[in-house]
Ligand binder design. Sequence first.
Ligand code: SF4
Length: 285
Amino acid sequence: MEIFVAKESGFCFGVRRAVKIACEAREKWGTVYTYGELIHNKQYVEKLEQQGIRAAESIEDIPEGAVVIIRSHGISPQEEEKLRRRFKVIDATCPYVKKSQKFASRSVRGGTELVIFGDRYHPEIRGILGYTQGSGIVISDPEEVLKLSYTPKRAVISQTTNDLEDYKRFVGNLLETTEKLTVYQTICSSTIEKHRSAKDIASRVDLMLVIGGKHSSNTRKLFKACKNIQPNTYHIETAKELDLIEWENCERIGITAGASTPDFIIEEVVEKIKEGKNGRGKKER
Ligand code: SF4
């Protein structure tokens, strides 16, 4: 049996950066709070909690004057202002998300209707909507775009973790109802590379595993992209879930992981497969 671990598996640049910022703040200030979970991974959030990096779900959960970290997804300017009034704020918003926020606010200021390809309940999109004063139109399905009425001028951005092929379809459909369309390529390079390598591996193996939190939006998209290529693809959160899958008779197993999956969880999955089958793990670089 051979095991192929995709390039760019696990933590992306933005998540690594946010974790580093949080750890440095913890060193300097003692217990710190993140506004929302720093990453969508239960196991890692628990680890951070033990180190004094606590996740707060709302402003009310944070003691007055505390140090608060804005996570990589970013937040709306209105929320940021509220936080800055009561706490010492450290901004760990990913630079790619910052770029989307800038494009959104520029479009709306210029009087252009903004269409956002993404999930309206995802924190990144909720934050970006704040930069449009709520005027951004969020659509998650490329086919839904065809229902929009004709508009002479629009701009479009994508959630940073969407699949590039889906975004191309989204933009293509938008052209059917828009005369002048400004397209911003806002899918981050980390996602593009992650999807590219995962799809490549999915096309060459008998079983594909996508590791990541069940609520992690980017992991679910990665799973969907792999499943389209290899129907024998499973989304698992930890090595324990391997017990629910028939993998022992597979010759070639591919592994990838969402942007919020820590290395130790990927290693546990690889180790469990190796122990079970004496496999030869290969890391694709
Ligand atoms: S997925 Fe991309 S945009 Fe999102 S935090 Fe990671 S690097 Fe930044």
